[in-house]
Write a protein that binds this ligand. Structure first.
Ligand SMILES: NC(=O)C1=CN([C@@H]2O[C@H](COP(=O)(O)OP(=O)(O)OC[C@H]3O[C@@H](n4cnc5c(N)ncnc54)[C@H](O)[C@@H]3O)[C@@H](O)[C@H]2O)C=CC1
Ligand SMILES: O=C(CO)COP(=O)(O)O
Length: 334
């Protein structure tokens, strides 16, 4: 199965996922926010700002023109920061073909509305659930761009659409699994960024593998608590979009969220880190929206609370470790 795919966002993940799509046989047009980025992709077949040295396949072209990007596309992939998606979509939605499936690659929860990305897409475009899908999993983009083997989840409440997309993104290096659990995949994807900040912070404080494994496992418990309350299948959180992505993010120096946390652990301030960070670290904002989403649903999420307090400068990294360990004890499965 092949066809034309539009990818909105010429950043780290939009570009790497375009390689997957091209390798899977699709014609891909990337929409770039900056015209010069689109020009450079077309001229040099490289997106040197994000993946220097990676040659893009000939099936990938780029444009700054929204209408050209979506022309003839039956799949529209969205890869911008979560907090800008709504404004972006307001501009793009009038041009999206009526029957195109919209695929979110984003891992965040909107501040204020506390909406997941599929909910933002539904609200702005009016598309039904059979036209909205999510791709998630342990997919650090530099490794995907180098075509290192990886797996992911393609989720849509309509299983037939998930299967169609599975065929469209199955490349020699990328193995997609289907799911109908959009909520589980989205909460898993957004939450792992928050846990990644905590794991990075622990590493920055000098702690080792026991600490990281404890953060990952308790982070997963918290993720599953919130996701299942919102209607997710608990097994999704044991899979690629849950545990898989948590392990990759919390372990890898390639993760922007883990790196952000590590710098906090080493004593840098949020402002100093933000000034150094060019790419989006979604957990820095989603820690707050996830905390609020949990509060709205009466779910206990200590890790998200501490990360939110840490990022907001209300507690230090040392205090966060002390407070997490000093909390009243309880049964593991409570
Ligand atoms: N990089 C990765 O390894 C992965 C990232 N993701 C998710 O994909 C989403 C995008 O991440 P990346 O591509 O890595 O981020 P990035 O920071 O590398 O790129 C973001 C892209 O969005 C554009 N952008 C920024 N502000 C914008 C605005 N106001 N309007 C329109 N475009 C804007 C940037 O120019 C850039 O092209 C995030 O939600 C992230 O969590 C998911 C899986 C893997
Ligand atoms: O989502 C990712 C890996 O699956 C990328 O993680 P970071 O956004 O922390 O780099």
């Amino acid at each position: 199965m092949t066809g034309k795919v539009a990818v909105f966002g010429a950043g780290s993940w939009g570009t790497a996922f375009s390689i997957v799509l091209a390798d899977a046989g699709n014609d891909v047009t990337i929409w770039a926010r900056r015209e010069e980025v689109a020009d450079r992709i077309n001229e040099r077949h490289e997106n040197a700002d994000y993946h220097p040295g990676v040659q893009l396949p000939p099936a990938i072209s780029a444009t700054h023109d929204v209408e050209k990007a979506v022309h003839d596309a039956d799949v529209v992939v969205l890869a911008t920061p979560s907090q800008t998606l709504r404004d972006n979509l307001v501009e793009w939605a009038p041009f999206v073909p009526d029957r195109a499936v919209l695929v979110s690659l984003m891992k965040g929860v909107e501040l204020g509305t506390l909406a997941r990305m599929s909910e933002v897409i539904a609200e702005v475009t009016g598309a039904g659930p059979d036209r909205i899908a999510v791709v998630s999993g342990p997919n650090l983009s530099p490794e995907i761009a180098r075509r290192e083997p990886a797996a992911g989840v393609v989720a849509c409440t309509d299983e037939g659409v998930a299967q169609m997309l599975q065929g469209r993104v199955h490349s020699p290096a990328f193995r997609p699994y289907t799911s109908t659990d959009v909520i589980g995949c989205e909460i898993g994807g957004a939450y792992k960024n928050v846990v990644g900040i905590a794991a990075g912070m622990a590493a920055g404080l000098g702690f080792g593998d026991n600490t990281r494994a404890s953060v990952i496992t308790r982070g997963l418990a918290e993720t599953a608590r919130l996701a299942t309350k919102l209607g997710a299948n608990p097994l999704t959180l044991m899979g690629l979009a849950g545990l898989g992505d948590l392990v990759a993010t919390c372990s890898s120096p390639l993760s922007r969220n883990r790196t952000f946390g590590e710098k906090l652990g080493r004593g840098m301030s949020v402002d100093e880190i933000v000034a150094q960070t060019r790419q989006v670290a979604e957990g820095v904002k989603s820690c707050h929206s996830l905390r609020e989403l949990a509060a709205r649903n009466d779910v206990d999420v200590p890790l998200a609370q501490y990360v939110d307090d840490l990022v907001a400068g209300r507690i230090s990294a040392d205090q966060m470790m002390d407070e997490m360990l000093g909390r009243p004890t309880k049964a593991e499965t409570d």
